[in-house]
Design a protein around this ligand. Structure first.
Ligand SMILES: [Zn+2]
Length: 479
């Protein structure tokens, strides 16, 4: 039975529902990729799929549009697959339970994957239709966007003719994205000695911070739990003996850490002094963050007497000092786009395990040379503290193109349809447009999409009306 069959546009929601039947969380894409290849083959369209399971489809122009310039349409096939604790769906195997009240679409107990299933649905509806006028189309549907744009990075686009691309992976109708930041994950690792220490084991915990996406939210200068926790320990080390057993905080390089914790071992006689020091640090931090992140909390609790392996005192100090010295937060603002962060870095993860102590940072910049210079700074700091560094997940930025025919055309069509200007927006986060524009010389591109709320969560919702508006708009742009 079809849940969405009464919603308009029928052709789009038909394919959207089909996609929801096929599990397609990141790294679980064999089935959806094969579905897309079959879809194209059944309609006699040229299609290729690569080792990364990306799918590229070429569709000839509709009648009368044969001599027009090729347009690339692009989206990603994977979704962030998350579910509520009490949900019995196996997201690796089962269909989503799609629901609608006519206004929104959601999935019961799980994320919906409107990001970016709606792009795939638009594309399939377009390729399936016989009466929508369009120029020659090149379709790029990538894999594993949500876990570092892995599919886009692996794409071979040498067979493509198109120089104009519409990426459909934005979540705000009427907002066109025109540039994005490049990024990289930067890892600094110290080798540390361990020594047996006797004393009272205690826990220092930092929590209550707002956290947030390290691209969009970095400009608010929210508290970084990892740095606050390192600072708390360093301050205490000035007045008492403190041994670090372990120190872990943050869940992802691209999230501002809202919690961090360390287990320490201290002599019984120093507990009062450390307590006092922690309280002072909390008062200081609270004062500094009173508007930016007011609910910051630091607690100090005694666990009990112990004899255990701790990080050598000098090594622990080296690690903590490196953490507070590494650049963090917004580092430069754009002069061209007001309010846009140009360069930033987020110390997302701190982790100690055995003889290793490491930090993981995500750095971003829309200026490639600034990104490279920041890498040099991070490397310099880490090496000064005896660390070794490495990088992964490097992707290029997408610089704002001053002269864009595609953008002008899309703004014109938008104004004609809605009687107002769209919002042009540059973002301090990564988009596949950055990677793809690095692979197609002089690519002119833009990113659009319908209204969605709470993506990447079980509260994800897609607006039905907005999905319809963007469909009508997309058809008008192609026509
Ligand atoms: Zn997306």
């Amino acid at each position: 039975m079809s849940v969405l069959e009464n919603l308009e546009p029928k052709e789009v929601f038909h394919f959207f529902e089909e996609i929801c039947k096929i599990p397609h969380g990141s790294r679980n894409l064999e089935q959806i990729s094969a579905f897309l290849v079959n879809f194209a083959k059944e309609r006699n369209l040229e299609v290729v799929s690569d080792d990364a399971l990306n799918v590229i489809i070429k569709a000839p122009a509709s009648k009368g549009y044969e001599d027009r310039e090729t347009i690339i349409l692009q989206g990603h096939m994977d979704m962030v697959a998350v579910k509520e604790d009490d949900c019995d769906i196996d997201m690796a195997k089962d269909s989503l339970r799609v629901k609608t009240d006519g206004e929104y679409i959601w999935a019961e107990g799980t994320s919906l994957g409107g990001d970016d299933g709606i792009a795939v649905a638009y594309i399939l509806a377009l390729l399936d239709s016989k009466d929508i006028p369009h120029p020659p189309l090149e379709i790029i549907i990538t894999t594993n966007e949500e876990i570092g744009m892995l599919g886009a990075s692996a794409l071979d686009l040498s067979s493509l003719k198109g120089k104009k691309m519409i990426n459909i992976d934005n979540e705000i109708e009427g907002e066109f994205i025109t540039s994005c930041a490049g990024g990289a994950t930067f890892i600094s690792e110290l080798t540390v000695k361990r020594e047996s220490v006797s004393g009272v084991e205690c826990k220092i915990e930092v929590f209550g911070l707002k956290g947030g996406h390290s691209g969009e939210m970095i400009k608010y200068e929210r508290g970084n739990a990892n740095i606050i926790c390192a600072r708390t320990m360093l301050e205490a080390m000035d007045v008492a003996e403190l041994h670090v057993k372990d120190f872990c905080g943050g869940m992802a390089d691209n999230a501002i850490p809202f919690a961090s914790a360390a287990n320490i071992v201290v002599p019984e006689g120093d507990i009062a002094k450390i307590k006092e020091s922690v309280e002072k640090t909390l008062a200081d931090v609270k004062g500094e963050l009173d508007i930016k992140d007011p609910d910051v909390a630091i607690t100090f609790t005694e666990v009990g007497k112990t004899t255990t392996e701790c990080i050598d005192k000098k090594d622990a100090e080296r690690f903590l000092k490196m953490i507070i010295t590494l650049p963090n937060g917004p580092l430069a603002m754009s002069a061209a786009v007001e309010g846009l962060v140009e360069t930033s870095v987020n110390l997302g993860i701190v982790e100690t395990s055995g003889d290793k102590a490491k930090t993981v940072q995500l750095l971003r910049s829309s200026v490639e040379s600034s990104k490279a210079f920041l890498v040099k700074k991070l490397k310099t700091v880490a090496e000064a503290f005896g660390g070794e560094t490495s990088m992964e997940g490097i992707y290029p930025g997408w610089k704002y193109v001053c002269d864009s025919q595609l953008r002008d055309h899309m703004v014109d069509v938008y104004k004609k349809m809605y009687g107002k200007e769209p919002v042009l927006h540059a973002i301090h986060a990564g988009l596949e447009c950055g990677i793809i524009s690095n692979k197609i010389k002089d690519l002119d591109c833009i990113s659009i999409g319908p209204d969605m709320a709470d993506i990447h969560s079980t509260k994800e919702r897609l607006s039905v009306k907005s999905a319809k508006n963007v469909w009508e708009y997309l058809k008008a742009v192609l026509a």
